[in-house]
Design a protein around this ligand. Structure first.
Ligand SMILES: NC(=O)C1=CN([C@@H]2O[C@H](COP(=O)(O)OP(=O)(O)OC[C@H]3O[C@@H](n4cnc5c(N)ncnc54)[C@H](O)[C@@H]3O)[C@@H](O)[C@H]2O)C=CC1
Ligand SMILES: O=C(CO)COP(=O)(O)O
Length: 346
């Protein structure tokens, strides 16, 4: 096994990462579903549909043949959306070397099972295999990574050695990679921030201001953290790159598809119209349904998530959702459990 890297997917994020690693000198091969993408990458050094304007090194190769792409690879990176993760994993597993490391970059929750991607991975590859699994997350829009603008991300893995191996693979002087042992927290942060980005987009689409956006982001982080704690994550992870970091970028960036979808919905478009107009993956939609299920399973209050769910799937008017959030029963800002350190005397 040499140091060949496989990247599965040829969307914006897969392409940005493939360009980064290829420019770093790794032999990289991408898997694309469509021959059109393969031709563009191999013959024209650009992925005009998903990452226009970013030059792809001529040595970066793509193929529609999964076996060819993953065979002899030391590292297999998933750059496909989370709803495709299980199926593609099933297809590649027979061809992947038994010592290869898997790196997932998708930010989502499986809709019916409510599994995180590491749980899907364990189910398909076996519990032992989690020692060869890592997740990358953090504030990192493909368009900016493609332009080599300074970016920071976090890699989480059960095994420190794997996290550090992946850190070394990706790290450049413009792409700084931190490690974190809290795989659960990193996966949750990356997935759940997309719901809040839909919410802030809706708020922007309704014509609300920066106060509203800051409120949604702050209270959004509070409910993400609340669910994370209930599931066993480290609360500090949500103060890091996969938590507040990614929340900030996704809720404020012109590049965010989740925010863009929210804006259209806030302006009155239906979910279907919105999604077909964007024509790229909007992970937050499925994740809202997943988080709605997790909130029920863990009996955690997630008012922004709940109302986003009702807007997306139950026809609730966005304005009514905002009104419902603003007129909830009055409450404390900080959870009782966290208040233990800084509390009022009774
Ligand atoms: N775009 C970004 O800036 C970032 C995206 N991500 C995550 O990366 C993942 C992929 O997102 P993007 O690259 O942005 O999406 P995209 O919409 O740009 O591309 C999606 C790619 O997946 C393929 N695809 C879609 N459905 C598929 C299926 N059922 N089976 C096989 N392939 C399928 C498409 O053909 C396309 O190549 C998402 O989970 C996203 O949250 C993470 C960090 C940054
Ligand atoms: O996760 C992302 C940036 O860190 C990408 O967000 P969008 O999917 O909303 O574009």
């Amino acid at each position: 096994m040499g140091n060949k890297i496989a990247i599965l997917g040829a969307g914006s994020w897969a392409t940005a990462l493939a360009a980064l690693l290829s420019k770093k000198g790794y032999p990289v091969m991408m898997w694309a579903r469509s021959q059109e993408q393969v031709t563009q990458i191999n013959n024209f050094q650009e992925n005009t549909r998903y990452l226009p304007g970013v030059f792809l090194p001529p040595q970066l190769m793509a193929s529609t043949n999964l076996e060819e792409v993953v065979s002899d690879c030391k590292t297999v990176i998933f750059g496909t959306p989370s709803h495709a993760f299980r199926k593609i994993l099933q297809e590649v597993l027979p061809y992947v070397h038994k010592e290869a490391v898997f790196v997932n970059t998708a930010k989502g929750i499986e809709e019916d099972s409510l599994y995180r991607m590491s749980e899907v991975f364990m189910q398909e590859a076996g519990t032992q295999s989690l020692s060869r699994y890592a997740a990358i997350s953090g504030p990192s829009h493909a368009e900016e990574v493609g332009q080599n603008l300074p970016t920071t991300v976090v890699v989480a893995a059960k095994e420190k050695i794997v996290a550090e191996q992946v850190q070394d693979i990706f790290m450049t002087d413009m792409f700084r990679v931190y490690t974190n042992p809290d795989l659960l927290g990193v996966e949750l942060g990356g997935a759940l921030k997309n719901i809040i980005a839909l919410g802030t987009g809706i708020s922007d689409g309704l014509g609300f201001g920066d106060n509203t956006k800051a409120a949604l982001m702050t209270r959004g982080l509070a409910e993400i953290t609340r669910l994370g704690i209930a599931m066993g994550a480290n609360p500090l992870t949500f103060a890091g790159l996969a938590g507040v970091g990614d929340l900030i970028v996704t809720c404020t960036s012109v590049h965010s598809r989740n925010r863009r979808a929210g804006i259209e919905i806030g302006r009155g478009k239906s979910l279907q119209e919105t999604l077909s107009g964007i024509n790229m993956v909007v992970e937050g939609v499925r994740t809202t349904a997943g988080a709605h299920g997790l909130a029920q399973r863990y009996d955690v209050k997630m008012p922004i998530t709940e109302l986003t769910y009702e807007v997306l799937f139950k026809g609730l008017a966005p304005l009514t959702a905002v009104n419902k959030l603003m007129t909830r029963l009055k409450t404390h800002e900080v959870e009782e459990v966290a208040l233990a350190a800084v509390n009022w005397t009774k």
